[in-house]
Structure formats: structure tokens, C-alpha cells
Design a protein around this ligand. Structure first.
Ligand code: SF4
Ligand code: SF4
Ligand code: SF4
Length: 233
């Protein structure tokens, strides 16, 4: 009975989070002090945040949150910014050095380009979050008025999808990197075994440190190979 009650309240909480998230702008700008709209929705649903922390949502957004949560309407908390017209980022392409730091900063994959190539913003996908601006080392990104001020449900949904896809992709990359490091550590263990069999002098043995990055791994493989050659002379 208790289990059912807990499950029911979890379902109610999940539904409430979804309902809240659906009225949030999905710019993923972090101005609410949460890393995503979804996280702000979760904090609102559990009573850990106020309804007046999202500048991109405008006064209508605060009113919608007040209605869902049965709370009085509040003024926007200025600690989180001000209401403003929609902006999008523009890259001054002649000044771009192709460092790709803006791509890493963009939460909705609205920038295209590759290392050492100039980068450009996909205007219709840019949420105006401005997170790419401090990331640019040569200050060649600025915000301009979005010619399409209609941040409609379709653009919001695309921003959410792109944000979720980016996180899923980064999770996979992290898992692949960990798997690669584990395989390399295993290989290194075999190299070490071979490197220590003929040695009697402790200083002649290969390193037993466990590498934590790919470059450390490669450096250690090189050092072990050199030590092995020395021992075999
Ligand atoms: S739009 Fe920005 S401020 Fe509003 S909930 Fe999303 S991340 Fe927070
Ligand atoms: S291009 Fe810049 S402003 Fe636009 S969504 Fe990406 S990080 Fe935000
Ligand atoms: S951060 Fe600036 S310089 Fe680097 S790729 Fe982006 S726009 Fe170009």
C-alpha cells in the first residue's frame, strides 16, 4: 500500500515536472541558476525554486508557472536578468580563428564549423542563450535582434531535442572514452609484465603508475618500451 502511494506520488511529480517544463522557453540559457530548463522545472516542482527566475519566459511565463503551481504572480527577480526581445548570436566570420570553443559552449548545437575553420550560427536554431559569447577568445560573437521574434512551440521543441541529443552524444563519447582507457590499461598491464621479467634492479623496471588520460597512456607506453630496450641491451 505504501509502495503504491510512493509510486503514485512519483508519477504525480513526474507529470508536474513535464507540465512545468512544457511552459519553459527551452533556451537552456542557465539564467535561472539551473543547468537546463528541465532542472529548473524539477526544482520548481519540488518547491526548491521560485517562479520568477526565468527572464526568457517573460511575464507570460511567470503567469503560466503561477497557474500550474497555484502560486501568486511575482515580479521577475532581477538577480536572474531582465526581460528583453529575442536575440540571436552572430559570428564575425573574418575574425573567427576556428578554435571551436563556441561549439562546446552552445547547448543546442546551433553553431556549425570545425577546428581551424570559420564558424557560423544557424539563426533559426539559436536560442539566444548567449553562452557562446564568453567562450570566444577573440570576441567575434555578438547578439543581434532575432528577425524572427516568434519563439514558437516548434522552435522550443527543437531546442529541447537538440539539447537532449547533445547530452546523449556526450554520454556515449564519455562511455567510449572510458572503455578505450580500460582497454589501454589492460594492454599496458601486459606490456609491463613483459618489461619486468628480466629485471632485477628496481630502477630498471617499467612504471607502475596507472595512466588516466590517453596522452599519459601513450607517454607511459613509450617510456616502458625505452626501458625494455635498455634492459635488453
Ligand atoms: S530558459 Fe533559461 S532561465 Fe528559463 S528555465 Fe530555461 S535555462 Fe532557466
Ligand atoms: S549560438 Fe550562442 S547564443 Fe545561440 S544558442 Fe548557441 S550558444 Fe546560445
Ligand atoms: S569561439 Fe570565436 S573564434 Fe572560436 S570558433 Fe567560435 S566564433 Fe570562432
Amino acid at each position: 500500500m505504501l509502495f503504491m502511494t510512493q509510486r503514485q506520488s512519483m508519477t504525480t511529480l513526474t507529470n508536474l515536472i513535464t507540465q512545468i517544463d512544457n511552459v519553459l522557453p527551452q533556451t537552456q540559457c542557465t539564467r535561472c541558476s539551473y543547468p537546463s530548463c528541465q532542472k529548473y522545472a524539477e526544482a520548481l516542482a519540488t518547491g526548491d525554486a521560485e517562479i520568477n527566475q526565468c527572464p526568457p519566459g517573460g511575464a507570460d511565463g511567470i503567469a503560466a508557472l503561477a497557474e500550474i503551481l497555484g502560486k501568486p504572480i511575482l515580479e521577475l527577480n532581477p538577480d536572474h536578468g531582465v526581460f528583453q526581445t529575442r536575440k540571436i548570436a552572430l559570428i564575425e566570420e573574418d575574425a573567427c580563428i576556428g578554435c571551436a570553443l563556441c561549439i562546446k559552449a552552445c547547448p543546442v548545437d546551433a553553431i556549425i564549423g570545425a577546428n581551424k575553420m570559420l564558424h557560423t550560427v544557424i539563426a533559426d536554431e539559436c536560442s539566444g542563450c548567449d553562452l557562446c559569447i564568453p567562450a570566444c577568445p577573440v570576441d567575434c560573437i555578438s547578439l543581434i535582434e532575432d528577425p524572427n521574434q516568434d519563439w514558437n512551440i516548434e522552435r522550443k521543441s527543437r531546442a529541447r531535442l537538440r539539447f537532449d541529443a547533445q547530452h546523449a552524444r556526450r554520454d556515449i563519447e564519455r562511455l567510449e572514452r572510458n572503455a578505450r582507457l580500460a582497454a589501454q590499461a589492460e594492454l599496458l598491464k601486459k606490456v609491463r609484465t613483459g618489461g619486468t621479467t628480466n629485471s632485477t634492479n628496481k630502477s630498471d623496471t617499467v612504471s607502475q603508475e596507472t595512466p588516466t588520460t590517453q596522452s599519459e597512456f601513450l607517454a607511459q607506453i613509450m617510456a616502458n618500451a625505452q626501458q625494455k630496450n635498455k634492459n635488453n641491451l
